[in-house]
Design a protein around this ligand. Sequence first.
Ligand SMILES: O=C[C@H](O)[C@H](O)[C@H](O)COP(=O)(O)O
Length: 227
Amino acid sequence: MEELKRAVAKEALKFIEDDMVVGLGTGSTTAYFIEYLGKLIMEEELEDVYGVPTSYQARLLALEYGVPVVNLDEVDAIDIAVDGADEVDPYLNLIKGRGAALTMEKIIEYRAGTFLVLVDESKLVERLGQKMPVPIEVIPAAWRAIAEELEVFNATAELRMASKKDGPVVTENGNFILDARFHRIDDPLDLEIELNNIPGVVENGIFADIADIVLVGTREGVKRMER
Ligand SMILES: O=C[C@H](O)[C@H](O)[C@H](O)COP(=O)(O)O
């Protein structure tokens, strides 16, 4: 699996040109991309490329591998954003947020001229929600009210607990994450909008209609899905 992730990360470098502002995603697949991008910048194969990190993880990796970073409010535009995903359906709708970075990821990826997604073949599903729950970032005081509200959607929600901290995961925005399992997601765009209408929801991990290209690492090589 790591080999497939490395292969898509390498392929993604072909999309990066001099003078680009690049959204840097979060997760294990994008980590390889940031490493390889840093190498090209250090070897002066690429010039004047800046990264806009979607998380502390992306920022730390960029600093480690030599990708100059800028904040979202310092750039006029983002040329391309590169990020992983937890699930990809045949229409390029995604579930993201296993790493709890979904809100900043969506802000940056929505703003990008091109949103390039990097996955291995295990992430492909026929229908979103088949394997993964939908992460929902919520204002802490509202977590229980929102979990109850989700029953209306025929979903069961669990508060995500931390593994190296007592109590719940706290996002980089100071919020909690609910992982919601839906009986069946027929219309991802509609559900994405509906979830964000619940008071106290900051953002949810359905990324419908936003990915432009998905690179899929398979045992037969890197395949490309496009809209
Ligand atoms: O918040 C985390 C992100 O949405 C990740 O991009 C996503 O979970 C994919 O991560 P990985 O490449 O490690 O599977």
